[in-house]
Design a protein around this ligand. Structure first.
Ligand SMILES: *Cc1c(COP(=O)(O)O)cnc(C)c1O
Length: 382
């Protein structure tokens, strides 16, 4: 069984993807071809924001956003402790200081109370200037913007929405990628909308930031291509990847997201009485980058994972450790937060095989095996 069945997706989309790739080869516009501009318009339309600026990957997209705001030395940027390394790495790379917040067990997303405590602690210490919050839409579910936005307003902080996993999700009809002052996504192959290599995009409604982003992604170019007016990056999405994404975006909108949502609902139905299933709050809809369950403890997770592995069912642990436990961040000030939830979740979380192409038979097998391995401990609990 495949954890994320990209092979099957290609088999189904092959005629369209092959034609799209061939067209790029025929045109030989490998960089900044028309497919890139078309894709940006399609993505902006889907997300419901004025500007989409594609770039080389999701990590660069975060860096470009931080550069746009001039975030650097002496600035504090708040990041959930439970996320992929990039969310905090890019803050440190920009010269600023990542300040971690704990998460909520039910949604795996940033805990707004922990955020506010961290902001106050940084202000009380008086060394760093709070500048921005990286809100991560983890596993496909939007962070709690209803509670985070007022905190951002109260302390004058930008929201950088890391929707690398959030693409396709929505909250009360508003799409992921439209909640941050700037938002980013990633087209890494395993993300909800992936290309055939690396790719990323930045979203914003702000006209000036959008033109800054367009300059920053191509060596800080001015209106004359060979007059460089600022220091930037070389971070373009290439035309071949844009062509692949145009085909995949169509499939994503037409049926992939809907099918993934149905598969997730079947997991929830089949597993809710024996493990903790992901909570999707009222009014939210997940992009389902992952379907992650929580086992009772580390021992039960180890048993379930090896039992599944023996029967050819791959699972993944996202994530094994919190940001504050990363070697690269050793020695960083933690401002009194203790990350109890993150540390607990790291020991119990397990991501199950998921893609729009997971068959019902495959899924029944996953559910059956997990039930076999956990029902006993459930009885023991009762
Ligand atoms: C994947 C991911 C990124 C980075 O995207 P890349 O395209 O791999 O650079 C950033 N943040 C989160 C939450 C991610 O999952």
């Amino acid at each position: 069984m495949q954890f994320r069945n990209l092979k099957k997706q290609y088999e189904i989309l092959k005629p369209e993807i092959d034609a799209a790739l061939l067209q790029v080869l025929k045109d030989s516009n490998y960089i900044s071809g028309r497919q890139v501009t078309e894709l940006e318009e399609e993505l902006a339309g889907y997300t419901g924001v004025r500007h989409c600026v594609t770039c080389a990957n999701g990590t660069d997209a975060l860096t470009l956003a931080l550069m746009t705001w001039g975030i650097g030395k002496g600035d504090a940027v708040f990041v959930p402790d439970f996320t992929f390394f990039s969310s905090a790495e890019t803050v440190a790379y920009a010269g600023a200081t990542p300040v971690f917040t704990d998460i909520l067990e039910d949604t795996f997303n940033m805990d707004p109370d922990s955020l506010e405590r961290a902001v106050r602690a940084v202000l009380a210490e008086g060394k760093l200037k709070p500048k921005a919050i990286v809100t991560v839409d983890l596993f496909g579910l939007q962070a709690d913007y209803e509670r985070i936005r007022p905190i951002a307003d109260r302390y004058g902080l930008y929201i950088l929405e890391d929707a690398a996993q959030g693409f396709g999700g929505s909250c009360h009809g508003k799409q992921a990628g439209s909640f941050g002052d700037i938002a980013i996504t990633s087209f890494f192959p395993a993300k909800p909308l992936g290309c055939y290599g690396d790719g990323g995009a930045v979203f914003t409604d702000h006209d000036e930031w959008a033109s800054l982003l367009r300059s920053l992604r191509i060596h800080g170019k001015g209106s004359d291509k060979y007059d460089n007016v600022r220091i930037g990056l070389n971070s373009r999405l290439d035309t071949l990847q844009a062509a692949v994404l145009q085909v995949k975006l169509k499939a994503f909108c037409e049926y992939e997201l809907r099918d993934t949502d149905q598969i997730a609902a079947r997991y929830t139905e089949g597993l809710r009485d024996c493990v903790k299933v992901p909570l999707i709050p009222e009014g939210y809809s997940s992009g389902w980058a992952q379907y992650s369950i929580l086992l009772k403890d580390e021992k039960e997770r180890e048993e379930v994972q090896s039992y599944l592995r023996e029967q050819d069912v791959p699972t993944m642990i996202y994530y094994q450790r919190g940001m504050h436990q990363q070697t690269a961040f050793r020695g960083l000030c933690l401002y009194g937060e203790d990350f109890t939830v993150t540390e607990d979740v790291c020991k119990r979380v397990l991501a199950l095989p998921l893609s729009p192409y997971l068959t019902e038979e495959e899924q029944q097998k996953v559910i059956r095996l997990i039930r076999e391995k956990t029902s006993g401990s459930k009885e023991a609990l009762a």
